[in-house]
Design a binder for this molecule. Structure first.
Ligand SMILES: Nc1ncnc2c1ncn2[C@@H]1O[C@H](COP(=O)(O)OP(=O)(O)OP(=O)(O)O)[C@@H](O)[C@H]1O
Ligand SMILES: [Mg+2]
Length: 396
């Protein structure tokens, strides 16, 4: 947080308060959330702790995490984060399913192998990473309850799958009504087809978290990136989560999400388009991308060349959308200093991605000055960590 003696102190700059008030369209009561509020202090302290990734079954009952939860219901994976004394406890699971016909025999086999499944009509619905294993065995792809960042209307059982996966990661709260904060996407910029879907996605997840005994609150995924990574910058900057189905963007000013939007092009788009270009399945491309891609080096073969091309396409689309959205906005705060951009999500992870982003940024002119572009400390868990900070700060 800012040094309280700093002449730029966010709580003393009345002109900035006026900006913030006009931004949120309501009076801003800074005094209620300045340091001194215990839950806020604890939330800020949590952002400094390392992540420890552990399966929920592998820990002692006494050691099980409790308290507020940060949840990232992503296209590729679902991640839960909880605060422990010295670390942030992370659990995660692939957000996928695969159906096979019910039989007594296969039920026994699935149970013996501790494979997660539930019954739906005359089908077993296998969920999580086992779904991918089954799909590989049958030489096909697993199905995704969330596509392009949003619950898929094409998958009737989508919400049951998300529930089943979440149930493997978190338990009913010890304290009824515990706060859980879950990430939601911003409205897609060019998504007439997605109109209303963000609301549906948000409300459906909210209902089932309520049924689990939590008090759910939602947070924009780009804003979660800001909360997790930009504490040293007074939560002022641009958070971008580059995931599987979407890139989510949030311009935050003094912790207010001023502008949010998404584009429905990210890792899955890169895999699909590259696969089509070189005549290989997208799942194979995804594997190569995650294991080998280095965007800081010249592409060596056809697959690498196509991956470079589609990475460029996503980053161009992202930054040109940002330029258009900022230019069209009448809510832009006057910010005295250049602000940072922080990238999170799996798609931001390959070596050279941040540099590629910087190079494209140099070619677009934004109405806001940017100081630097950084990669989040723990890109795959940033959304869940940011959501946890929000949950802790809102928790009574
Ligand atoms: N090391 C890596 N290098 C390149 N890409 C990666 C790497 N690890 C993961 N990815 C890609 O990141 C994407 C998943 O990222 P992430 O888990 O942040 O998405 P998500 O939150 O599930 O999706 P969304 O936010 O779009 O709903 C996938 O496309 C995956 O292939
Ligand atoms: Mg995500």
């Amino acid at each position: 947080m800012a040094d309280n003696n700093d002449s730029e102190n966010i709580f003393e700059r009345k002109d900035r308060l006026a900006d913030a008030e006009s931004t949120v369209g309501a009076p801003v009561n800074w005094g209620s959330s300045v340091p001194g509020d215990q839950s806020l202090e604890a939330a800020i302290a949590a952002s400094q702790k390392p992540s420890v990734n552990q399966h929920i079954d592998g820990i002692d009952q006494a050691e099980r995490p409790s308290g507020p939860v940060g949840l990232d219901v992503g296209t590729s994976r679902i991640v839960a984060a909880q605060n422990m004394r010295n670390h942030i406890h992370i659990t995660e699971q692939v957000n996928a399913f695969f159906t096979i016909p019910i039989s007594k025999f296969s039920r026994r086999i699935l149970q013996n192998h501790e494979i997660m499944f539930f019954e739906r009509g005359d089908q077993f619905c296998i969920v999580g990473s086992s779904a991918d294993n089954f799909a590989n065995t049958f030489n096909t792809s697993s199905r995704r309850p969330i596509q392009g960042g949003l619950l898929s209307p094409a998958e009737k059982d989508g919400i049951s799958v998300v529930q089943a996966v979440v149930n493997t990661l978190i338990q009913k709260p010890k304290r009824f009504g515990e706060t859980i904060c879950y990430g939601i996407p911003g409205e897609p910029v060019d998504g007439q087809a997605a109109a209303g879907k963000v609301t549906y996605h948000e409300q459906v997840i909210k209902m089932f978290l309520q049924n689990l005994g939590y008090t759910p609150i939602s947070i924009n995924e780009g804003m979660a990136t800001v909360l997790s990574e930009l504490g040293q910058d007074d939560y002022t900057g641009i958070g971008i989560s580059m995931g599987g189905g979407m890139c989510n963007v949030c311009l935050s000013y003094l912790s207010f999400p001023v502008i949010t939007f998404s584009i429905q092009a990210a890792g899955d788009y890169i895999d699909t388009m590259t696969g089509q270009a070189v005549g290989e399945p997208a799942t194979k491309i995804k594997f190569i991308k995650e294991e080998e891609l280095d965007l800081s080096r010249e592409a060596g073969d056809m697959v690498q060349t196509a991956l470079h091309i589609y990475y460029d396409a996503v980053i161009h689309k992202l930054l040109h959308s940002l330029q258009r959205v900022l230019a069209a906005s009448d809510k832009l705060p006057k910010i005295a200093k250049p602000i940072p951009i922080v990238l999170s999500g799996g798609t931001a992870m390959p070596k050279g991605c941040v540099n590629k982003f910087r190079k494209v940024l140099d070619t677009v002119s934004l109405p806001i000055a940017v100081s630097d572009v950084r990669l989040a400390a723990d890109p795959l868990h940033t959304t869940a960590r940011g959501a946890l900070i929000m949950a802790m700060s809102e928790s009574a």
